[in-house]
Design a protein around this ligand. Sequence first.
Ligand SMILES: Nc1ncnc2c1ncn2[C@@H]1O[C@H](COP(=O)(O)OP(=O)(O)OP(=O)(O)O)[C@@H](O)[C@H]1O
Length: 437
Amino acid sequence: MGPIALVLVLIVLAWRWRLGRIVRERRPAWYWYLTGYPVAVVRVLASWRKVAQLNDLSVTHKPTRAVLGGLAVKGEALRPIAPRISFPRPMPNGLSVVVQLHPGQTPVPFLVAADALAHAWRMFAVRVTSPERGVVHLVATAADPLAAPGAAPGSSPLSLLAALVGLLENGRAWVMDFRRVAHWLIVGATRSGKSTLLARLITELAPQPVALIGIDCKGGMELGIFAPRLSALATNRREALAVLSALVVDMQDRMRTCRFAGARSIWDVPEEQRPIPVVLIVDEIAELFLTSGSKEEKAEAEQCSTYLLRIAQLGAALGLHLVIAGQRVGSDLGPGITALRAQLGGRVCHRVNDPGTAEMTLGDINKDAAIVAQSITPDEQGVAVTASDEGGWVRGRSHLTTVADAQQAAARYAGMTPHLPGLPRALEAIDGEEGAE
Ligand SMILES: Nc1ncnc2c1ncn2[C@@H]1O[C@H](COP(=O)(O)OP(=O)(O)OP(=O)(O)O)[C@@H](O)[C@H]1O
Protein backbone atom coordinates (compact mmCIF):
# COMPACT_ATOMS: atom_id res chain seq x y z
CA MET A 1 0.00 0.00 0.00
CA GLY A 2 1.44 3.35 -1.04
CA PRO A 3 1.73 6.26 1.44
CA ILE A 4 -1.23 8.19 -0.10
CA ALA A 5 -3.54 5.20 0.16
CA LEU A 6 -2.40 4.68 3.75
CA VAL A 7 -3.19 8.32 4.65
CA LEU A 8 -6.63 7.98 3.03
CA VAL A 9 -7.41 4.79 4.96
CA LEU A 10 -6.30 6.45 8.21
CA ILE A 11 -8.54 9.48 7.50
CA VAL A 12 -11.53 7.21 6.79
CA LEU A 13 -10.90 5.21 9.98
CA ALA A 14 -10.50 8.36 12.09
CA TRP A 15 -13.65 9.76 10.54
CA ARG A 16 -15.70 6.67 11.27
CA TRP A 17 -14.32 6.30 14.76
CA ARG A 18 -14.79 9.78 16.25
CA LEU A 19 -13.83 12.63 14.00
CA GLY A 20 -17.13 12.48 12.07
CA ARG A 21 -19.19 12.86 15.25
CA ILE A 22 -17.07 15.74 16.50
CA VAL A 23 -17.29 17.62 13.20
CA ARG A 24 -21.03 16.95 13.01
CA GLU A 25 -21.62 18.37 16.49
CA ARG A 26 -19.24 21.31 16.33
CA ARG A 27 -19.39 22.28 12.66
CA PRO A 28 -22.65 20.96 11.18
CA ALA A 29 -22.17 23.00 7.99
CA TRP A 30 -18.72 21.45 7.36
CA TYR A 31 -20.15 18.02 8.04
CA TRP A 32 -22.83 18.67 5.44
CA TYR A 33 -20.30 19.94 2.87
CA LEU A 34 -18.05 16.89 3.39
CA THR A 35 -20.62 14.12 3.55
CA GLY A 36 -24.23 15.03 2.71
CA TYR A 37 -23.65 17.51 -0.09
CA PRO A 38 -21.61 15.26 -2.48
CA VAL A 39 -24.20 12.48 -2.10
CA ALA A 40 -27.06 14.92 -2.66
CA VAL A 41 -25.35 16.30 -5.81
CA VAL A 42 -25.14 12.80 -7.27
CA ARG A 43 -28.79 12.17 -6.41
CA VAL A 44 -30.00 15.44 -7.96
CA LEU A 45 -28.03 15.01 -11.18
CA ALA A 46 -28.77 11.31 -11.54
CA SER A 47 -32.49 11.57 -10.84
CA TRP A 48 -33.32 14.86 -12.55
CA ARG A 49 -34.50 13.48 -15.90
CA LYS A 50 -36.65 10.80 -14.32
CA VAL A 51 -38.11 13.08 -11.63
CA ALA A 52 -38.85 15.80 -14.18
CA GLN A 53 -40.60 13.31 -16.43
CA LEU A 54 -42.72 11.76 -13.66
CA ASN A 55 -43.82 15.18 -12.39
CA ASP A 56 -44.70 16.75 -15.73
CA LEU A 57 -41.73 19.10 -15.66
CA SER A 58 -40.43 17.87 -19.02
CA VAL A 59 -41.69 18.93 -22.43
CA THR A 60 -41.82 16.91 -25.60
CA HIS A 61 -40.64 18.52 -28.76
CA LYS A 62 -41.88 15.70 -30.96
CA PRO A 63 -45.64 15.61 -31.58
CA THR A 64 -47.59 12.81 -29.99
CA ARG A 65 -49.46 12.38 -33.30
CA ALA A 66 -47.88 11.41 -36.58
CA VAL A 67 -49.15 10.59 -40.04
CA LEU A 68 -47.93 7.22 -41.26
CA GLY A 69 -48.96 6.16 -44.77
CA GLY A 70 -51.99 8.47 -44.73
CA LEU A 71 -53.08 7.29 -41.26
CA ALA A 72 -52.97 9.55 -38.20
CA VAL A 73 -51.22 7.65 -35.44
CA LYS A 74 -51.38 8.67 -31.80
CA GLY A 75 -48.83 7.44 -29.32
CA GLU A 76 -46.39 8.24 -26.54
CA ALA A 77 -44.02 11.04 -27.37
CA LEU A 78 -40.58 9.57 -27.76
CA ARG A 79 -38.24 11.90 -25.95
CA PRO A 80 -39.48 14.13 -23.12
CA ILE A 81 -36.82 16.77 -22.52
CA ALA A 82 -36.22 17.90 -18.94
CA PRO A 83 -35.49 21.60 -18.41
CA ARG A 84 -31.81 22.42 -18.04
CA ILE A 85 -30.51 22.67 -14.47
CA SER A 86 -27.37 24.25 -13.07
CA PHE A 87 -24.84 22.26 -11.05
CA PRO A 88 -26.26 22.15 -7.48
CA ARG A 89 -24.65 24.94 -5.46
CA PRO A 90 -23.79 24.16 -1.84
CA MET A 91 -25.55 25.99 1.00
CA PRO A 92 -24.81 25.61 4.73
CA ASN A 93 -27.74 23.22 5.19
CA GLY A 94 -28.64 22.16 1.66
CA LEU A 95 -28.18 23.08 -1.94
CA SER A 96 -29.75 25.23 -4.61
CA VAL A 97 -30.42 24.53 -8.26
CA VAL A 98 -31.35 26.99 -11.01
CA VAL A 99 -33.77 25.63 -13.60
CA GLN A 100 -34.09 27.25 -17.05
CA LEU A 101 -37.73 26.89 -18.09
CA HIS A 102 -38.64 25.76 -21.57
CA PRO A 103 -40.68 28.32 -23.57
CA GLY A 104 -44.31 27.97 -22.45
CA GLN A 105 -43.47 26.52 -19.03
CA THR A 106 -44.45 28.27 -15.77
CA PRO A 107 -43.24 27.73 -12.18
CA VAL A 108 -46.61 26.18 -11.19
CA PRO A 109 -45.79 22.49 -11.90
CA PHE A 110 -42.51 22.95 -9.98
CA LEU A 111 -44.47 24.20 -6.94
CA VAL A 112 -46.70 21.14 -7.20
CA ALA A 113 -43.66 18.85 -7.54
CA ALA A 114 -41.77 20.31 -4.53
CA ASP A 115 -42.67 17.42 -2.24
CA ALA A 116 -41.78 14.80 -4.85
CA LEU A 117 -38.37 16.45 -5.35
CA ALA A 118 -37.75 16.44 -1.58
CA HIS A 119 -38.50 12.70 -1.47
CA ALA A 120 -36.41 11.91 -4.55
CA TRP A 121 -33.40 13.80 -3.17
CA ARG A 122 -33.92 12.63 0.46
CA MET A 123 -34.09 16.22 1.66
CA PHE A 124 -36.21 17.78 4.41
CA ALA A 125 -37.93 20.23 2.06
CA VAL A 126 -37.63 21.80 -1.36
CA ARG A 127 -38.83 25.39 -1.76
CA VAL A 128 -39.57 26.81 -5.19
CA THR A 129 -39.22 30.47 -6.13
CA SER A 130 -39.08 32.31 -9.42
CA PRO A 131 -37.04 35.49 -8.95
CA GLU A 132 -37.00 36.26 -12.67
CA ARG A 133 -39.00 35.27 -15.74
CA GLY A 134 -38.07 31.97 -17.30
CA VAL A 135 -36.07 30.81 -14.29
CA VAL A 136 -37.01 28.74 -11.26
CA HIS A 137 -34.84 28.35 -8.15
CA LEU A 138 -35.07 25.11 -6.20
CA VAL A 139 -33.68 25.42 -2.67
CA ALA A 140 -33.39 22.06 -0.91
CA THR A 141 -32.74 21.95 2.84
CA ALA A 142 -31.19 18.78 4.25
CA ALA A 143 -32.64 18.95 7.76
CA ASP A 144 -35.17 21.19 9.46
CA PRO A 145 -33.09 24.15 10.69
CA LEU A 146 -35.94 25.14 12.97
CA ALA A 147 -36.13 21.81 14.79
CA ALA A 148 -34.37 23.16 17.87
CA PRO A 149 -35.44 26.43 19.49
CA GLY A 150 -32.84 29.13 18.96
CA ALA A 151 -31.60 31.39 21.70
CA ALA A 152 -31.86 35.08 21.08
CA PRO A 153 -28.60 36.74 20.03
CA GLY A 154 -27.19 39.18 22.58
CA SER A 155 -27.52 42.35 20.55
CA SER A 156 -28.92 42.98 17.15
CA PRO A 157 -28.10 46.40 15.75
CA LEU A 158 -30.64 46.95 13.00
CA SER A 159 -32.19 49.98 11.40
CA LEU A 160 -34.98 51.95 13.08
CA LEU A 161 -38.28 50.00 13.30
CA ALA A 162 -36.64 46.70 12.33
CA ALA A 163 -36.73 43.84 14.82
CA LEU A 164 -34.74 40.62 14.66
CA VAL A 165 -37.31 38.15 15.94
CA GLY A 166 -35.98 34.73 14.94
CA LEU A 167 -34.40 32.46 12.40
CA LEU A 168 -35.77 31.58 8.97
CA GLU A 169 -35.71 28.14 7.41
CA ASN A 170 -33.33 29.39 4.70
CA GLY A 171 -30.74 30.19 7.37
CA ARG A 172 -31.34 33.94 7.24
CA ALA A 173 -32.37 36.14 10.14
CA TRP A 174 -36.11 36.65 10.58
CA VAL A 175 -36.53 40.40 10.67
CA MET A 176 -39.84 42.23 11.01
CA ASP A 177 -39.14 45.59 9.39
CA PHE A 178 -41.97 48.08 9.77
CA ARG A 179 -40.42 50.50 7.28
CA ARG A 180 -40.80 47.82 4.58
CA VAL A 181 -44.06 46.21 5.71
CA ALA A 182 -46.02 48.69 7.81
CA HIS A 183 -48.61 46.50 9.54
CA TRP A 184 -48.59 42.88 10.72
CA LEU A 185 -51.11 40.20 11.59
CA ILE A 186 -49.91 37.46 13.97
CA VAL A 187 -52.15 34.42 14.33
CA GLY A 188 -51.83 31.18 16.31
CA ALA A 189 -53.71 28.76 18.53
CA THR A 190 -53.17 28.68 22.29
CA ARG A 191 -49.56 27.69 23.17
CA SER A 192 -48.40 28.11 19.57
CA GLY A 193 -45.91 30.88 20.37
CA LYS A 194 -47.77 34.15 19.69
CA SER A 195 -46.96 35.80 23.02
CA THR A 196 -43.32 34.74 22.74
CA LEU A 197 -43.09 36.41 19.34
CA LEU A 198 -44.73 39.58 20.70
CA ALA A 199 -42.34 39.52 23.66
CA ARG A 200 -39.40 39.20 21.28
CA LEU A 201 -40.72 42.01 19.09
CA ILE A 202 -41.19 44.38 22.04
CA THR A 203 -37.78 43.44 23.47
CA GLU A 204 -36.21 44.37 20.13
CA LEU A 205 -38.13 47.64 19.72
CA ALA A 206 -37.68 48.72 23.36
CA PRO A 207 -34.16 50.21 22.87
CA GLN A 208 -35.26 52.17 19.78
CA PRO A 209 -36.70 55.71 19.70
CA VAL A 210 -40.20 54.37 19.11
CA ALA A 211 -43.45 54.76 21.07
CA LEU A 212 -44.99 51.40 21.96
CA ILE A 213 -48.69 51.25 22.78
CA GLY A 214 -50.56 48.17 23.97
CA ILE A 215 -54.19 47.14 23.74
CA ASP A 216 -54.77 43.97 25.71
CA CYS A 217 -58.41 43.43 26.50
CA LYS A 218 -57.61 40.30 28.49
CA GLY A 219 -57.18 42.72 31.39
CA GLY A 220 -53.57 43.46 30.46
CA MET A 221 -52.42 39.93 31.39
CA GLU A 222 -50.14 39.60 28.36
CA LEU A 223 -48.88 43.11 27.63
CA GLY A 224 -48.96 44.31 31.27
CA ILE A 225 -45.41 42.99 31.79
CA PHE A 226 -44.13 45.57 29.31
CA ALA A 227 -45.98 48.48 31.01
CA PRO A 228 -42.81 50.45 31.97
CA ARG A 229 -41.88 50.76 28.28
CA LEU A 230 -45.43 51.34 26.95
CA SER A 231 -46.58 54.88 26.29
CA ALA A 232 -50.14 53.67 26.96
CA LEU A 233 -51.76 50.37 27.85
CA ALA A 234 -55.50 49.82 27.38
CA THR A 235 -56.83 46.83 29.28
CA ASN A 236 -60.50 46.95 28.28
CA ARG A 237 -62.55 48.05 25.28
CA ARG A 238 -63.39 51.48 26.66
CA GLU A 239 -59.74 52.29 27.23
CA ALA A 240 -58.93 50.88 23.81
CA LEU A 241 -61.46 53.21 22.26
CA ALA A 242 -59.89 56.17 24.05
CA VAL A 243 -56.39 55.14 22.88
CA LEU A 244 -57.53 54.62 19.31
CA SER A 245 -59.42 57.91 19.10
CA ALA A 246 -56.35 59.74 20.51
CA LEU A 247 -54.20 58.04 17.87
CA VAL A 248 -56.59 59.10 15.10
CA VAL A 249 -56.31 62.71 16.35
CA ASP A 250 -52.51 62.32 16.46
CA MET A 251 -52.67 60.98 12.90
CA GLN A 252 -54.35 64.19 11.76
CA ASP A 253 -51.60 66.23 13.49
CA ARG A 254 -49.01 64.16 11.64
CA MET A 255 -50.77 64.84 8.32
CA ARG A 256 -50.67 68.55 9.10
CA THR A 257 -46.95 68.34 9.94
CA CYS A 258 -46.28 66.62 6.62
CA ARG A 259 -48.37 69.14 4.71
CA PHE A 260 -46.53 72.14 6.22
CA ALA A 261 -43.18 70.51 5.48
CA GLY A 262 -44.27 69.69 1.92
CA ALA A 263 -43.55 66.03 2.67
CA ARG A 264 -45.40 62.89 1.63
CA SER A 265 -44.37 60.93 4.69
CA ILE A 266 -42.88 61.67 8.10
CA TRP A 267 -39.55 60.31 6.81
CA ASP A 268 -39.32 63.30 4.46
CA VAL A 269 -39.94 65.75 7.32
CA PRO A 270 -36.74 67.34 8.78
CA GLU A 271 -35.55 65.23 11.71
CA GLU A 272 -36.08 67.90 14.37
CA GLN A 273 -39.78 68.25 13.44
CA ARG A 274 -40.41 64.56 12.74
CA PRO A 275 -43.02 62.91 14.99
CA ILE A 276 -41.86 59.78 16.78
CA PRO A 277 -42.94 56.49 15.14
CA VAL A 278 -45.60 54.52 16.98
CA VAL A 279 -46.13 50.76 17.06
CA LEU A 280 -49.57 49.81 18.38
CA ILE A 281 -49.81 46.19 19.53
CA VAL A 282 -53.26 44.64 19.92
CA ASP A 283 -53.21 41.29 21.70
CA GLU A 284 -56.23 39.07 21.13
CA ILE A 285 -58.20 41.05 18.62
CA ALA A 286 -61.33 38.94 19.32
CA GLU A 287 -61.60 40.47 22.81
CA LEU A 288 -61.87 43.88 21.15
CA PHE A 289 -64.41 42.89 18.51
CA LEU A 290 -66.66 40.32 20.20
CA THR A 291 -69.43 41.74 22.38
CA SER A 292 -72.17 40.46 24.66
CA GLY A 293 -74.66 41.88 22.14
CA SER A 294 -75.62 45.02 24.07
CA LYS A 295 -76.11 48.12 21.94
CA GLU A 296 -73.44 50.08 23.76
CA GLU A 297 -70.78 47.35 23.45
CA LYS A 298 -71.61 46.84 19.78
CA ALA A 299 -71.21 50.56 19.10
CA GLU A 300 -67.84 50.59 20.92
CA ALA A 301 -66.60 47.55 18.99
CA GLU A 302 -67.66 49.08 15.68
CA GLN A 303 -65.94 52.33 16.56
CA CYS A 304 -62.72 50.48 17.48
CA SER A 305 -62.87 48.62 14.18
CA THR A 306 -63.33 51.87 12.23
CA TYR A 307 -60.41 53.57 14.00
CA LEU A 308 -58.12 50.59 13.46
CA LEU A 309 -59.02 50.53 9.79
CA ARG A 310 -58.27 54.25 9.43
CA ILE A 311 -54.90 53.87 11.12
CA ALA A 312 -54.12 50.86 8.92
CA GLN A 313 -55.10 52.74 5.75
CA LEU A 314 -53.33 56.00 6.45
CA GLY A 315 -50.77 55.24 9.14
CA ALA A 316 -47.90 53.73 7.14
CA ALA A 317 -46.61 57.03 5.75
CA LEU A 318 -47.28 58.76 9.07
CA GLY A 319 -45.20 56.40 11.20
CA LEU A 320 -48.19 54.68 12.80
CA HIS A 321 -47.84 50.90 12.68
CA LEU A 322 -50.11 48.07 13.75
CA VAL A 323 -49.42 44.59 15.07
CA ILE A 324 -52.68 42.67 15.46
CA ALA A 325 -52.48 39.31 17.23
CA GLY A 326 -55.17 36.73 17.79
CA GLN A 327 -56.22 33.11 17.61
CA ARG A 328 -58.59 33.67 14.70
CA VAL A 329 -59.34 36.36 12.15
CA GLY A 330 -62.68 35.03 10.91
CA SER A 331 -65.70 36.96 9.74
CA ASP A 332 -67.43 36.02 13.03
CA LEU A 333 -65.45 38.92 14.52
CA GLY A 334 -67.60 41.32 12.48
CA PRO A 335 -67.53 42.80 8.99
CA GLY A 336 -64.60 45.11 9.83
CA ILE A 337 -62.09 42.29 10.28
CA THR A 338 -61.85 41.38 6.59
CA ALA A 339 -61.22 44.98 5.58
CA LEU A 340 -58.64 45.33 8.36
CA ARG A 341 -56.90 42.08 7.40
CA ALA A 342 -56.56 43.33 3.81
CA GLN A 343 -54.56 46.32 5.13
CA LEU A 344 -52.18 44.17 7.19
CA GLY A 345 -49.51 43.40 4.59
CA GLY A 346 -47.33 41.30 6.89
CA ARG A 347 -48.63 37.96 8.11
CA VAL A 348 -47.34 35.42 10.61
CA CYS A 349 -49.24 32.18 11.06
CA HIS A 350 -48.25 29.81 13.88
CA ARG A 351 -49.97 26.46 14.44
CA VAL A 352 -53.72 26.95 14.11
CA ASN A 353 -56.69 24.85 15.15
CA ASP A 354 -58.43 24.69 11.80
CA PRO A 355 -57.47 24.99 8.11
CA GLY A 356 -59.85 27.94 7.73
CA THR A 357 -57.74 30.11 10.05
CA ALA A 358 -54.52 29.39 8.12
CA GLU A 359 -56.40 30.09 4.89
CA MET A 360 -57.72 33.40 6.26
CA THR A 361 -54.31 34.45 7.52
CA LEU A 362 -52.24 33.55 4.47
CA GLY A 363 -54.57 32.36 1.70
CA ASP A 364 -55.01 35.77 0.06
CA ILE A 365 -51.20 36.19 -0.11
CA ASN A 366 -50.11 32.67 -1.02
CA LYS A 367 -52.06 29.39 -1.06
CA ASP A 368 -48.93 27.25 -0.53
CA ALA A 369 -48.04 29.24 2.58
CA ALA A 370 -51.48 28.43 4.01
CA ILE A 371 -50.96 24.72 3.33
CA VAL A 372 -47.51 24.68 4.95
CA ALA A 373 -48.85 26.53 8.02
CA GLN A 374 -51.38 23.73 8.53
CA SER A 375 -48.57 21.22 8.84
CA ILE A 376 -47.04 22.92 11.92
CA THR A 377 -47.36 20.46 14.82
CA PRO A 378 -48.01 21.20 18.53
CA ASP A 379 -44.36 20.30 19.28
CA GLU A 380 -43.14 23.09 17.02
CA GLN A 381 -43.87 25.95 19.40
CA GLY A 382 -42.66 29.23 17.98
CA VAL A 383 -42.54 27.90 14.41
CA ALA A 384 -44.60 29.97 11.98
CA VAL A 385 -45.02 30.76 8.32
CA THR A 386 -44.32 34.39 7.59
CA ALA A 387 -45.41 36.11 4.41
CA SER A 388 -45.89 39.62 3.14
CA ASP A 389 -47.66 41.34 0.31
CA GLU A 390 -44.20 42.03 -1.14
CA GLY A 391 -44.47 38.39 -2.25
CA GLY A 392 -42.91 35.21 -0.99
CA TRP A 393 -43.24 33.25 2.23
CA VAL A 394 -40.94 31.25 4.44
CA ARG A 395 -41.04 29.18 7.64
CA GLY A 396 -39.35 30.66 10.67
CA ARG A 397 -38.96 30.15 14.41
CA SER A 398 -38.94 33.01 16.89
CA HIS A 399 -36.03 33.31 19.30
CA LEU A 400 -37.24 32.07 22.63
CA THR A 401 -37.78 35.10 24.85
CA THR A 402 -38.91 34.40 28.39
CA VAL A 403 -41.23 36.62 30.39
CA ALA A 404 -38.27 37.50 32.64
CA ASP A 405 -36.14 38.59 29.62
CA ALA A 406 -38.99 40.72 28.33
CA GLN A 407 -39.66 42.28 31.74
CA GLN A 408 -35.99 43.06 32.11
CA ALA A 409 -35.84 44.78 28.70
CA ALA A 410 -38.99 46.82 29.47
CA ALA A 411 -37.52 47.94 32.81
CA ARG A 412 -34.07 48.70 31.33
CA TYR A 413 -35.48 50.95 28.60
CA ALA A 414 -38.35 52.45 30.63
CA GLY A 415 -36.55 55.82 30.50
CA MET A 416 -36.95 55.86 26.72
CA THR A 417 -40.75 55.70 26.88
CA PRO A 418 -42.00 58.76 25.01
CA HIS A 419 -44.97 60.76 26.21
CA LEU A 420 -47.60 61.01 23.50
CA PRO A 421 -49.90 64.00 23.89
CA GLY A 422 -53.54 63.04 24.35
CA LEU A 423 -53.05 59.41 25.26
CA PRO A 424 -52.65 59.33 29.05
CA ARG A 425 -55.26 62.04 29.44
CA ALA A 426 -57.74 59.91 27.52
CA LEU A 427 -57.09 56.94 29.80
CA GLU A 428 -57.30 59.00 32.97
CA ALA A 429 -60.64 60.39 31.79
CA ILE A 430 -61.96 56.87 31.31
CA ASP A 431 -60.70 55.70 34.70
CA GLY A 432 -62.22 58.82 36.26
CA GLU A 433 -65.60 58.08 34.69
CA GLU A 434 -65.47 54.49 35.88
CA GLY A 435 -64.58 55.63 39.38
CA ALA A 436 -67.53 58.04 39.42
CA GLU A 437 -70.01 55.31 38.46
N1 LIG B 1 -39.74 30.16 19.58
C1 LIG B 1 -39.92 29.26 20.52
N2 LIG B 1 -39.02 28.30 20.73
C2 LIG B 1 -39.21 27.36 21.68
N3 LIG B 1 -40.27 27.31 22.49
C3 LIG B 1 -41.22 28.23 22.34
C4 LIG B 1 -41.10 29.26 21.34
N4 LIG B 1 -42.20 30.04 21.41
C5 LIG B 1 -42.96 29.53 22.40
N5 LIG B 1 -42.37 28.46 22.95
C6 LIG B 1 -42.88 27.64 24.06
O1 LIG B 1 -44.27 27.54 23.94
C7 LIG B 1 -44.93 27.98 25.10
C8 LIG B 1 -46.20 28.72 24.71
O2 LIG B 1 -45.83 29.89 24.01
P1 LIG B 1 -46.70 31.22 24.08
O3 LIG B 1 -47.10 31.53 25.48
O4 LIG B 1 -45.93 32.25 23.33
O5 LIG B 1 -47.97 30.74 23.26
P2 LIG B 1 -49.28 31.57 22.91
O6 LIG B 1 -49.62 31.21 21.52
O7 LIG B 1 -49.13 33.00 23.21
O8 LIG B 1 -50.34 30.92 23.89
P3 LIG B 1 -51.57 31.68 24.63
O9 LIG B 1 -52.49 32.12 23.56
O10 LIG B 1 -52.11 30.57 25.48
O11 LIG B 1 -50.96 32.80 25.44
C9 LIG B 1 -43.91 28.85 25.83
O12 LIG B 1 -44.05 28.74 27.21
C10 LIG B 1 -42.58 28.32 25.38
O13 LIG B 1 -42.14 27.33 26.29
